[in-house]
Ligand binder design. Structure first.
Ligand SMILES: [Zn+2]
Length: 291
C-alpha cells in the first residue's frame, strides 16, 4: 500500500503519531479539533491522557464556530422518506441524556454548527430532564429508545409495544416536545414491531454506519472506524452514544474529518416531506432497513 494511502486509512490516528506523507486534510485543524474534544475540562482527550495535544486560548478561538458542515433539514413522516444523497449523513446519539457527557456532545455540535438526533432512553430522560430540555433548546431532534432499554425482540409483542409507548411518554414528558423518531435497542426489531411504530406516527431510525463506540477503544480508533465505515457507504445514519466519554472526545476529530471530505450533516425532522425531498427521491435509492 502506498504510504499516502496508508496514512489516509489511519487519518485520525495519525494526529497522535506521524505519517511520512501528509494526509489530504488540514492536520493542524484536526489536531486542534481533537484536543477540543475535552474543551470543557483539561483541553485534552480524557480517554487518551498520553495525547501530546494541548489547546491554547488562541487555538480555541480559531476553532470556535466552525462552519461548512451543516446540510439541509429533511422532513420525513415515514422511513421511506429518508432519502439521503451522496455524502449526506445524519448524526444520532443513543442512550442519554447523561450529565456532563451529553453536554460535551452538545458543545461540540454547537461549535460545528450541526444538528443531531438524540434517541433518549425514557428512564434517563426522566432522571435528567434538565439535560433533555437543553438538547431541545439547542435545536436538536428528539427520539425515543424505549423506557429501560430492553431487547424487544425477546419480549412478547404486547410487552414490547408497552415498553415503546412508556419510553416515548417519558421522553416527551421530560423534553416537553414530541419524540417522533424511534430506535430499537441493540437494533433488535421485528417486522411486526416496525409496522406498529410506523403506524403510530413515529419513524424508525435505522443505522447504516455503526461507530461501535461502546467498545473500549481509544477515541481516535472510534473516529477512524466510523470514517472507514462511512467511506464504504458514502452516506447514511451514523450511530453513536452520548453516554460514553470516548464519544465526546472523538467527536471534534470526526466532524473535522467529515468536513474535510465534503460531507454534509442533515437534520431529520418529523413532518410532511418537502418538494425537494420528492425530487431527491427520483435520483437516490431509499435506504434499506437494517437488522
Ligand atoms: Zn441503546
Amino acid at each position: 500500500m502506498p504510504v499516502r494511502a496508508a496514512c489516509a486509512a489511519v487519518l485520525v490516528v495519525s494526529l497522535l503519531s506521524s505519517c511520512a506523507s501528509k494526509p489530504p486534510v488540514d492536520g493542524a485543524a484536526l489536531k486542534t479539533a481533537f484536543a477540543a474534544g475535552d474543551a470543557g475540562g483539561s483541553l485534552r482527550p480524557k480517554d487518551d491522557p498520553k495525547s501530546p495535544v494541548a489547546l491554547t486560548p488562541a487555538a480555541w478561538g480559531r476553532l470556535s464556530k466552525i462552519g461548512g458542515l451543516a446540510g439541509r433539514e429533511m422532513t420525513v413522516e415515514s422511513i421511506s422518506d429518508i432519502k439521503l444523497r451522496d455524502k449526506e449523513v445524519v448524526l444520532t446519539f443513543d442512550d442519554g441524556p447523561m450529565p456532563k457527557r451529553t453536554e460535551r456532545v452538545l458543545a461540540t455540535l454547537d461549535q460545528f454548527g450541526v444538528k443531531a438526533s438524540f434517541m433518549m432512553v425514557g428512564e434517563m430522560a426522566k432522571a435528567h430532564p434538565e439535560i433533555a430540555r437543553e438538547v431541545v433548546a439547542e435545536g436538536h431532534t428528539i427520539g425515543s429508545h424505549t423506557y429501560a432499554h430492553p431487547d424487544l425482540a425477546h419480549m412478547s409483542y404486547d410487552n414490547a409495544v408497552a415498553e415503546i409507548e412508556k419510553g416515548r411518554k417519558a421522553v416527551e414528558a421530560a423534553t416537553g416536545v414530541e419524540a417522533d423518531f424511534f430506535r430499537f435497542p441493540y437494533l433488535a426489531d421485528s417486522k411486526k414491531l416496525r409496522q406498529w411504530v410506523g403506524s403510530h406516527q413515529m419513524v424508525v431510525m435505522d443505522v447504516q454506519v455503526d461507530s461501535k463506540d461502546y467498545f473500549r477503544d481509544t477515541p481516535a480508533a472510534v473516529a477512524t472506524r466510523t470514517m472507514d465505515a462511512l467511506r464504504a457507504h458514502r452516506k447514511g445514519i451514523i450511530l453513536m452514544h452520548d453516554i460514553h466519554p470516548r464519544t465526546a472526545a472523538m467527536l471534534p476529530a470526526l466532524l473535522t474529518q467529515l468536513r474535510s471530505e465534503g460531507y454534509k450533516v442533515v437534520q431529520l425532522k418529523y413532518g410532511k416531506p418537502s418538494t425537494d425531498m420528492l425530487v431527491a427521491s427520483t435520483v437516490t435509492k431509499p435506504l434499506a432497513a437494517t437488522n
